[in-house]
Design a protein around this ligand. Structure first.
Ligand code: SAH
Length: 241
């Protein structure tokens, strides 16, 4: 029997009581059919993952008591993903994969060729929580409000490298990241389906922190490019969990 694993926005610690509100209480009682005396796993993005005993179960409110910490809070690498919003569910897919692959912050970035799309940040956050629950993560990817590329570049942190994934070509990613120390702050930039325009490219190449790279001779869809770039970065520069 799989143990349900739930995200709660409440403090977790020895003997602490946790009250699950409607939707999660319903999930535990009706969907997972758990009863008083059963255990489930809880995490809150700060205090690691805890085994919690169900004291009282009810569809409207389920009371749990933390017992022991199963795993310590993970400290993911300091990696941002800057990605242009995409149509339909594609950006939600990117958010889900970003969480699974250990991105610390997702920053939607609007560029000249970004197709206007109303981003539902609450929906992205729900998807990220579900990905973390399913994949055993104890830390969540946070999601920022969308910002124009120019303003992000205008106040770019001096110590943060920017992996600029350029469909127009550049040094191969594996070469550009070889021998880079682990543990430094990074960001990965992925453009929209229409790619970067020449002025944006020029501005990016002038940024001293920018590391332009190619992901190979094939042009990838933006969502594929995001996952490919994060995976390669994690393999070469990510700290072990
Ligand atoms: N429409 C553009 C492609 C845009 S692909 C064209 O036909 O040229 C969307 C984004 O994915 C790009 O802006 C880039 O950030 C990334 N990307 C896709 N393929 C890539 C590659 N081979 N190398 C580097 N980045 C790539």
């Amino acid at each position: 029997m799989t143990v349900p694993r739930l995200y709660v926005d409440q403090p977790l610690g020895p003997d602490m009581a946790v009250l699950l509100a409607t939707a999660q209480a319903h999930y535990v009682a009706t969907v997972m059919r758990r009863r008083a005396g059963d255990s489930i796993a809880l995490f809150n993005g700060r205090d690691g993952c805890w085994t919690a005993l169900i004291e009282r179960v009810d569809k409207r409110a389920t009371l749990l008591r933390c017992q022991r910490q199963q795993s310590a809070q993970e400290t993911p690498p300091d990696l941002w993903l800057l990605a242009a919003p995409l149509r339909k569910g594609r950006f939600e897919w990117v958010a889900e994969k970003a969480c699974e692959l250990g991105v610390s912050v997702l920053k939607p970035v609007t560029t000249r060729r970004t197709v206007p799309e109303r981003l539902r940040l609450d929906r992205l956050r729900t998807i990220i929580v579900e990905a973390a629950e399913q994949c055993g993560r104890t830390s969540l990817t946070s999601v920022d409000e969308p910002l124009p590329l120019a303003s992000l570049l205008g106040s770019w942190p001096a110590d943060r490298h920017l992996l600029f994934c350029d469909e127009a070509g550049g040094p191969p990613l594996a070469r550009a990241l070889a021998d880079r120390p682990v543990g430094e702050p990074w960001a990965i930039l992925i453009g929209p389906e229409g790619g970067f325009d020449p002025e944006e490219r020029e501005q990016l190449l002038k940024l001293p922190q920018a590391v332009p790279v190619s992901l190979g001779p094939r042009i990838l869809r933006a969502d594929t490019a995001a996952v490919a770039a994060i995976s390669c970065w994690q393999a070469l520069c990510g700290t072990p969990r």
